[in-house]
Design a protein around this ligand. Structure first.
Ligand SMILES: *[C@@H]1O[C@H](CO)[C@@H](O)[C@H](O)[C@H]1NC(C)=O
Ligand SMILES: *[C@@H]1O[C@H](CO)[C@@H](O)[C@H](O)[C@H]1NC(C)=O
Ligand SMILES: *[C@@H]1O[C@H](CO)[C@@H](O)[C@H](O)[C@H]1NC(C)=O
Ligand SMILES: *[C@@H]1O[C@H](CO)[C@@H](O)[C@H](O)[C@H]1NC(C)=O
Ligand SMILES: *[C@@H]1O[C@H](CO)[C@@H](O)[C@H](O)[C@H]1NC(C)=O
Ligand SMILES: *[C@@H]1O[C@H](CO)[C@@H](O)[C@H](O)[C@H]1NC(C)=O
Ligand SMILES: *[C@@H]1O[C@H](CO)[C@@H](O)[C@H](O)[C@H]1NC(C)=O
Length: 888
């Protein structure tokens, strides 16, 4: 009998009655000591020695101690390259209690080491790490001593390590060797299991971080330690019955028998199992059957229902002695990825069915919210995800070049109903398959799946980003004779290892090997399809910056659009803190430096110039800010046009293509202050695109487009009930604020979950019926309505490019800020029709109820939701209003 257990024998009977004592009991059983907090950090030659926070990283520590400035300031990413070429050491000292020392087993646990390190405790090496995405634990009981213990973690330069690994892999190259020059990045990131975008990306800087990026601690115990509990509900549709697969991942000092009780009290479900935990770390699975007499309430994605959760309790007794307790949150939902023949089409469908209901995925792609993960605050994370649901999104893809996000990310997605398409962290590259690489990836995948599989928000695992496409369409000039080598590596890594582990660990959700992929068809073709971008199968990524984005014929009518987008610049207030006056020109070296996509700045202007006059103010700063504005206008209108095409393609098959069931544009958020495809700027400010998304992702939406001389409106509905709607079209002259004429369709049934044609008129007939209207002088606005009034937002359709429009006048918009019960209301008064009206209050954080809108009435209002205290005076002083006619 160990002392720990004898104490417990006394307290167990009390434990059964009082939760407080139970906690005391488990504390006695298992002791935990944090090692997070202040450590000391030094570089290889000892010229620098400074305090450093754990969790944290070298860059953050250097900045906090004043050794470097803000790494995001101007060109500092280049100035601070040296940091990632040096080796660094984190050291700390600590004492441990005799109680902890007396335990049978003591583990030193790191929840995240970035990345390649050797760890010494009191002069003895306890282990090495090589993977940022794994938790590591090392037994240290016999190394601990009374008094001070010395712990140090020596980190190798990730850049030099990656390069050494590439040298060691001499048989054949594993491309790409280096990123394109325009990215100013580091090479061989595919040789290190680390955030792939930390060596630079086409939207982000190279900051190859090093550090202890998650918590560090000691865990001590005598019998058993619970590492993780997970619960995955499974539905048996043939008997309409739920069961829950519960897994206890435990570390046992020796073989331990006991009696496990699993229960979901709110569903009157409880079962008892005999358990036998083997020595060491091991996984123990149990199936709890949910009481069929109870009604299980389902978890639904945002816009489709509620998100109830249940409490699952687990406790293990040994001879009436409680040796382990655990709780888990449990939410019930099913998800299927449906790939089956479609009438009238050669390929296969590709859509998600949640709780038996086909759901159109509306959303975007998520990238790391900061180069330094220790700077991502819970508030910033919540604000970004809130912004996603507030723009009517129901899904995000956690992209494979970043990180598996922190627990809080998935908890918030569970809570808000954001479906997560979860990539594994491999992107845009070939990867090596040496034994040690495969082994560390296997452990990474096991741990991440175990960590995340209880979250109902996660609906899909996906092996990598674009690596099937890279092989299939030969991004890296691989000679045909060598292709089999790369194919074999591809199948080894993603199919034989990752897919096999996921299918073993998680039977509750689908797995895709890549994105884009042809899915089941890729599998038929040996996992790498001839054309992974085939619109008849799977998902697609599509980018074109040259073709006219206003023309829907530009876009592939895909089954599922998981990536597409256009760049824009962030607003001036976001750039200002990291730049100086000489940078404020579209031609400045700063503007080129922050652009990591080849010709990106030119492409934005070329695309904008297809439809808009470009800014030509003689005031250089105004010209710069006007240019930022026009890139946002272009991006918002382009992504709107593309997304609306996907949404209206939901119910149709045209030449075999269609039944589009997802639109996830690239990308939601930014990693720093720079031009990118994001709809939210670094810091959380919404670009015009994000305001547009709020409309183009609305549950009920009219989509207008022209085909063969006719103007069509499709009524899109994601609702669960059928609607009876009619379309109302207002024809406006650019020169007048009153409608020239109004057309209305007959009421029509719009089925739930459909895109239904509701209006068709020849454009020339429409204009002939309207006083003095031509394509150049008039534009259309339109909305849907039923007996109770307007349903969904008002949309617009330009009959010509605004640059060719006749009669567009300076609107001289006057704005007034007032404070009332709703917050700050901005009242606008316009003298003329005004397009893309943009309200900006500089660096006052917050957002407007709507923005970037078309103003076809003299007066309108918008409400500003401030994210910190402000005042009418501050807002009035900060407010600028820009519209299309104000920039030239
Ligand atoms: C120590 O290393 C730093 C950074 O790697 C370097 O700048 C410095 O010159 C070195 N100092 C000495 C004394 O070698
Ligand atoms: C780190 O640990 C090793 C082994 O104990 C030791 O040789 C080295 O001096 C330690 N470094 C520091 C800075 O404490
Ligand atoms: C569903 O339940 C039936 C009846 O108990 C059983 O035969 C079948 O194997 C179950 N299906 C699954 C997938 O577990
Ligand atoms: C199911 O729940 C009912 C109460 O709703 C309870 O009477 C019954 O014992 C439960 N059955 C099982 C198998 O737990
Ligand atoms: C950039 O510079 C070129 C040449 O000086 C000039 O023609 C062009 O208009 C400038 N572009 C912008 C957006 O300022
Ligand atoms: C519109 O705004 C102007 C200027 O603020 C005001 O004089 C006018 O009364 C407003 N008209 C309406 C209909 O609200
Ligand atoms: C800017 O462009 C507009 C329209 O093309 C033109 O009317 C105006 O004169 C130009 N202004 C300057 C300063 O070049």
């Amino acid at each position: 009998m160990t002392p720990g257990r004898s104490v417990c024998i006394i307290c167990v009977p009390l434990c059964l009655f009082t939760a407080v004592l139970c906690e005391f009991f488990s504390l006695k059983q298992q002791q935990s000591q944090t090692l997070s907090g202040k450590w000391t950090l030094s570089n290889a030659n000892g010229s620098l020695s400074l305090p450093a926070e754990v969790p944290g990283c070298v860059h953050s520590a250097l900045q906090r101690q004043g050794h470097i400035q803000d790494p995001y300031y101007r060109f500092n990413d280049l100035s601070y390259r040296w940091i990632a070429f040096d080796n660094w050491m984190y050291t700390t000292t600590f004492t441990v209690s005799t109680q902890l020392m007396s335990k049978q087993k003591v583990l030193l646990i790191f929840d995240g080491v970035d990345t390649v390190a050797s760890i010494h405790l009191n002069g003895i090496i306890v282990g090495k790490t090589d993977n940022m995405f794994r938790r590591y634990d090392f037994p240290v009981r016999d190394l601990l001593r009374d008094g001070e213990n010395f712990l140090n973690v020596s980190l190798l330069s990730p850049v030099l390590y990656a390069s050494e690994r590439r040298e060691a892999h001499s048989a054949y190259r594993v491309p790409p060797e280096c990123p394109p020059d325009v990215q100013k990045g580091e090479c061989h990131v595919n040789f290190i299991r680390k955030e792939q975008s930390s060596f630079s990306w086409d939207w982000g800087p190279a900051f190859p971080t090093m550090g202890l990026w998650k918590t560090a601690r000691l865990e001590a115990f005598d019998v058993l330690r619970l590492i993780h509990v997970s619960s995955v509900p499974l539905y048996n549709s043939s008997v309409s019955q739920w069961r829950v697969q519960v897994e206890l991942l435990v570390d046992a000092v020796r073989e331990t028998k006991g009696q496990l009780t699993l229960s979901v009290p709110d569903l009157d479900s409880e079962q008892t199992f005999q358990t036998q935990f083997l020595p060491g770390q091991n996984k123990n699975s149990f199936t709890l059957h949910i009481n069929t007499s109870r009604d299980v309430k389902l978890w639904w994605p945002s816009g489709h229902g509620d998100r109830p959760s249940y409490r699952l309790a687990a406790s293990v007794f040994q001879d009436n002695l409680l040796i382990l307790t655990a709780e888990s949150k449990l939410s019930f939902r099913t998800v299927e990825l449906v790939q089956e023949p479609i009438v009238g089409s050669p390929g296969l469908s590709f859509y998600f069915r949640v709780n038996g209901k086909p759901i159109f995925l509306k959303g975007s792609n998520w990238i790391p919210a900061h180069s330094f993960q220790d700077r991502v605050s819970p508030a910033a994370l919540r604000n970004l995800l809130q912004s996603a649901v507030d723009a009517n999104m129901n899904a995000l893809r956690v992209w494979g070049g970043g990180v598996y996000e922190q627990d809080l990310f998935y908890s918030i997605c569970d809570e808000m109903g954001i479906m997560v398409w979860q990539d594994f962290m491999f992107a845009c590259a070939m990867y090596p398959t040496e034994e040690d690489f495969i082994q560390t990836v296997r452990e990474e995948v096991i741990q991440q799946v175990q960590r995340l599989k209880s979250h109902p928000s996660v609906i899909l695992w996906s092996g990598n980003n674009e690596n099937e496409a890279a092989l299939a369409t030969d991004w890296f000039n691989i000679p045909a004779s060598q292709r089999p080598v790369y194919l074999k590596d591809y199948v080894t890594l993603y199919v034989n290892n990752i897919r096999a582990i996921v299918q073993e660990e998680d039977p509750s959700r689908p797995f895709l090997v890549s994105s884009p992929t042809n899915g089941a068809e890729s599998e038929q073709e040996g996992w790498v399809a001839a054309n992974p971008y085939d619109p008849l199968y799977g998902d697609t990524h599509f980018y074109s910056y040259i073709l006219d984005c206003w023309d829907w014929r530009t876009f592939p009518r895909t089954r599922f659009a998981s990536e597409y987008g256009f760049q824009s610049w962030p607003s001036f207030s976001t750039l200002q803190p990291v730049s100086i006056a000489e940078d404020w020109s579209y031609n400045s070296s700063f503007a080129s430096h922050r652009q990591h996509h080849e010709n990106g700045n030119q492409q934005m202007l070329l695309q904008a110039a297809l439809h808009f006059d470009l800014p030509n103010s003689t005031n250089p700063v105004k010209r710069f800010t006007d240019t930022l504005y026009i890139t946002q206008v272009m991006q918002a209108q382009c992504v709107k046009s593309q997304t609306e095409f996907y949404r209206r393609s939901r119910s149709e098959i045209v030449e075999g293509k269609g039944h589009t069931m997802g639109a996830l544009y690239w990308q939601l958020n930014d990693i720093w202050q720079a031009p990118s495809w994001s709809s939210i700027e670094f810091g959380g400010k919404w670009k015009m695109l994000h305001y547009f998304a709020q409309n183009f992702f609305a549950d009920v939406l009219p989509v207008g487009f022209e085909d063969d001389g006719a103007f069509f409106i499709y009524a899109i509905s994601d609702l669960s009930d059928d609607l009876t709607l009619r379309a109302v079209v207002n024809v406006f002259s650019w020169a007048h604020l009153d409608p020239a004429c109004t057309l209305t369709s007959d009421p029509l049934q719009v089925p739930r979950g459909s895109a239904t044609p509701i209006f068709k008129q020849s454009v020339s007939a429409m204009l002939a019926g309207c006083d003095h209207c031509t394509r150049l002088t008039c534009l259309l606005t339109f909305h849907l309505e039923d007996g109770s009034g307007q349903r969904g937002p008002t949309n617009h359709h330009f009959l010509s490019s605004p640059k060719d429009a006749q009669g567009l006048q300076r609107p001289d918009i006057m704005a007034k800020v007032q404070e009332d019960g709703a917050g700050y209301t901005i009242t606008l008064h316009s003298a003329a029709v005004a397009a893309f009206v943009w309200l900006d209050v500089g660096d006052v954080p917050g957002r407007f109820s709507s923005n970037g809108f078309l103003m076809v009435s003299r007066n309108t209002t918008a409400v500003f939701d401030a994210w910190r205290p402000t005042s009418v005076t501050e807002l009035s002083r900060s407010l600028t209003v820009t519209s299309l006619r104000d920039i030239y």
